[in-house]
Ligand binder design. Structure first.
Ligand code: ADP
Ligand code: MG
Length: 280
């Protein structure tokens, strides 16, 4: 049996603006478990329900139907909402919307302060979290003077300082330049290596190859679920919902057509480079 940190049972989520309006069904009966310490990438075109699912994972949205458990807590259980929020941190697309203070260290302290943690412990956590995201020297600076990637690192530090078991990243690199993207991805990988469960929503296929599980969503349902090799190995199915496959997967397919038997497990650019270099 899976030792899961997130357990979703028959989740349905409908947005309803006005009583008389037809509700929009954004999540249509999803059941899913996420294993402790795992790294899951969630893909899907715009409107497939990814952000709605993410917000259901830390109680920002509550199910219309079904149940979501985080670290054993039912997200609909008001008594445990802070346990849920503390267990599953969220990082969103736009870092500007996540920064609340005029000074970096105050920003990072905001989450732990809300958890009622004592000041000395908060200071330790803030220093450690800023170190984790390589932003230690920016402690006393104003977030507004930072680049998009640096701001996103501060937002991540704010979540890390709450010591979550799990972090859900909702397209954290979508607004960043390639350098910023790389920095954020390497921090996500490090956090995963330190034992944090990572759920990464992304539309960059090259980010998804870092995960140990890939889930593709389509029209509020789970369309595919497997290892990156299993999912991207079915290129036609992936493309049928208007998603790309990683560049290395495309290249491997073309090479196979020319008789070079590239192993199925090669899905990342780095692995492909290693593989091709043996022919040097
Ligand atoms: P994704 O993150 O995959 O782009 P979303 O979860 O944002 O998808 O959206 C899923 C569906 O829910 C879409 O049809 C979208 O239009 C709808 N939706 C999202 N947010 C709202 C909202 N606040 N009010 C009404 N409908 C919404
Ligand atoms: Mg979204």
């Amino acid at each position: 049996m899976m030792d899961s940190i997130i357990k979703i049972e028959n989740l349905i989520f409908e947005y309803r603006k006005e009583e008389e309006e037809q509700p929009v069904k954004a999540i249509n009966n999803i059941s899913l478990e996420v294993e402790k310490g795992s790294f899951t990438a969630i893909l899907g075109k715009n409107g497939s329900g990814k952000s709605t699912l993410a917000k259901n994972l830390n109680g920002l949205l509550l199910p219309t139907g079904g149940t979501v458990y985080v670290n054993g807590y039912n997200t609909a259980d008001e008594e445990h909402i802070w346990d849920v929020r503390q267990s599953a941190g969220m990082v969103f697309q736009n870092p500007d919307n996540q920064l609340v203070s005029a000074i970096v260290e105050d920003d990072v302290a905001f989450g732990p302060e809300n958890l009622g943690i004592e000041p000395a412990e908060i200071r330790r956590r803030v220093d450690k979290a800023l170190e984790d995201v390589n932003m230690g020297p920016f402690k006393g600076k104003s977030p507004h003077l930072l680049s998009g990637g640096q701001k996103q690192r501060i937002a991540i530090a704010g979540v890390v300082a709450m010591k979550p078991r799990c972090i859900i990243f909702d397209e954290p690199t979508a607004m960043l330049d390639p350098k910023g993207r790389k920095e954020i991805m390497s921090i996500i990988k490090e956090l995963h290596e330190e034992g944090i469960t990572v759920v990464l929503i992304t539309h960059f296929m090259d980010e998804a190859v870092n995960a140990d599980r890939v889930i593709i969503m389509h029209q509020g349902e789970i369309f595919m679920d497997g290892t990156p090799a299993e999912v991207f190995g079915q290129g036609e199915k992936v493309k049928s919902v208007n998603l790309d496959v990683p560049m290395a997967v495309e290249l491997a397919r073309a090479l196979r057509q020319r008789g070079i038997e590239v192993p199925e497990k090669i899905i990342g650019t780095e692995e492909m480079v290693e593989y091709l270099c043996q022919y040097k």
